[in-house]
Design a protein around this ligand. Structure first.
Ligand SMILES: NC(=O)NCCC(=O)O
Ligand SMILES: [Zn+2]
Ligand SMILES: [Zn+2]
Length: 469
């Protein structure tokens, strides 16, 4: 479908590598050209639509490489489906999500992938792609991995946590890694020692420790660090398979990744806004309020945040994704009243990521270019979406956000667009707000009005990782 020739004029164009006052010409859903603002080249451009970005930032649409729309978990489903979740993503300046299709135990990868395509097809407001969760590594699922890589599902998440659900033992992990080292797939790891955690859960419950804060206490830092270390060693044994550790929350886990990278290994790390902005203080909120903050890996004591920020600055951590996996407080998180282990794991955040990371720019944790690197460019390269996504360059998809860096907003469930009855950041004031969003040249948010539609977003098959050391 062709879109109007569009001009975005007068903004500060920020990519992972440059900041320039430039105008952008968009044609047929792609960026046709950039030229210095006021230059004879850009002055000669004409278009059916001109967006005035004076005083604003013009940035690539966000790439959120870790979402779970409608994930079945703990006897319920994540409360955002692909329609509501991708609309919320658009509101928050994210124009591509990579969600996780799930292989159920005893089923083929293909069954899981087909099911996720059916959930997403015709529903999405912005573009989407899939990783595959491997819950049942066996001869036939290993063979299927090769086919999936060929068709554009090029990353596979394995779990060292959640025994009996998604868990794989070390032998299965090693086999999947060996296969990935041949077919080019990227192994993503949920690195927590789930077997040991389950013992601690049982012992805590036997002592009558049932409140949400105990979720954080049993999922120990050492068990995240140990699993991270083990995953790295298994990847080495498998022949140096690239490894991407998801939702890193603990300083000690960052240290394992940093040490591996120091040795030149292809080990990468992702963290999430909840670990950067929230802490065990939230899990310990009075009554059952802490349930709102139950996710795995868990929130950590505030002291861990400095190591995560440092990792993001030094590139020991490369990506910030949301792990968006919302469950309503009412009726869903409440499943775990009286037993923290029954609280569905996951936090909402797909709408908040770009703003929270801009706040990190305002607070001096990261530079503006690093903001774009960790939220747009790196996830696009890591997951084979570059050069279509994650940057503003001729030929790239015209996924563009006009961002107002001066307006302040208060994050709240009253005003957010995610289908969940609370905000993990309720009442937090942030500086900066998405103003206008284009997805492949279509305006989907027009000066704070939603103008998108379900089905505009298309499935994007991916190439293999473009981020190797
Ligand atoms: N992170 C979380 O608590 N829920 C989603 C599933 C996962 O990523 O492990
Ligand atoms: Zn996980
Ligand atoms: Zn996740």
């Amino acid at each position: 479908m062709s879109t109007a020739r569009t001009l975005i004029r007068g903004g500060l164009v920020i990519t992972a590598t440059d900041e320039t006052h430039a105008d952008i010409l968009i044609e047929d859903g792609r960026i046709a050209a950039l030229a210095a603002h006021g230059s004879t080249v850009s002055e000669s451009w004409t278009a059916e639509r001109t967006i005035d970005a004076t005083g604003k930032y013009v940035i690539p649409g966000g790439v959120d490489a870790h979402t779970h729309m409608e994930l079945p978990f703990g006897g319920t489903f994540a409360s955002d489906d692909f329609e509501t979740g991708t609309r919320a993503a658009a509101w928050g300046g994210t124009t591509t999500i990579v969600d996780f299709a799930v292989q159920s135990i005893g089923h083929a990868l293909r069954d899981g992938l087909d099911a996720w395509h059916a959930k997403a097809d015709g529903k999405c407001a912005v573009d989407y792609a899939f990783h595959m969760i491997l819950s049942d590594v066996n001869e036939s699922s290993l063979k299927e991995m090769d086919l999936l890589v060929e068709e554009g599902v090029t990353s596979f998440k394995l779990f060292m946590a959640y025994p009996g659900v998604f868990y794989s033992d070390d032998g299965r992990i090693l086999r999947a890694m060996q296969r990935a080292s041949v077919n080019g797939g990227l192994i993503m790891m949920h690195a927590e020692n789930g077997i040991a955690i389950d013992v601690l859960v049982e012992q805590a419950l036997a002592r009558g420790e049932t409140d949400p804060r105990h979720h954080g206490e049993v999922r120990k830092v050492l068990l995240e660090a140990e699993a991270t270390h083990r995953a790295i060693q298994l990847a080495r044994v498998a022949g140096g398979t690239p490894l991407y550790v998801v939702h890193v929350s603990a300083e000690e886990a960052v240290a394992e990744i940093a040490a591996a990278r120091h040795q030149g290994l292809d080990v990468f790390g992702e963290t999430c806004p909840q670990y950067l902005f929230l802490s065990t203080d939230n899990l310990a909120e009075p009554g059952f309020e802490g349930a709102k903050y139950v996710c795995s890996t868990p929130l950590r004591p505030r002291e861990h945040q400095a190591a995560l920020w440092r990792g993001l600055r030094t590139n020991d951590l490369q990506v910030v994704s949301t792990d968006h996996c919302p469950f309503c407080f009412s009726g869903q998180k409440e499943l775990g009243r009286g037993d923290f282990s029954k609280i569905p794991n996951g936090l909402p955040g797909v709408e908040n990521r770009m703003d929270l990371l801009h706040q990190a720019v305002v607070d001096g944790h990261i530079s503006r270019r690093r903001w774009i690197e960790i939220a747009c460019a790196a996830p696009a390269r890591m997951f084979g979406l570059h050069p279509k996504k994650g940057t503003l360059a001729p030929g790239a998809d015209a996924d563009v956000v006009v961002y107002d860096p001066h307006t302040t907003q208060v994050l709240s469930a009253e005003t957010h667009h995610m289908n969940v009855d609370y905000s993990a950041y309720e009442g937090r004031t942030v500086t900066g707000r998405v103003e206008t969003v284009l997805s492949r040249g279509h305006v989907v948010i027009d000066r704070r009005t939603y103008t998108g539609r379900p089905g505009h977003g298309v499935y994007i098959p991916r190439t293999t990782c473009q981020y190797l050391n």
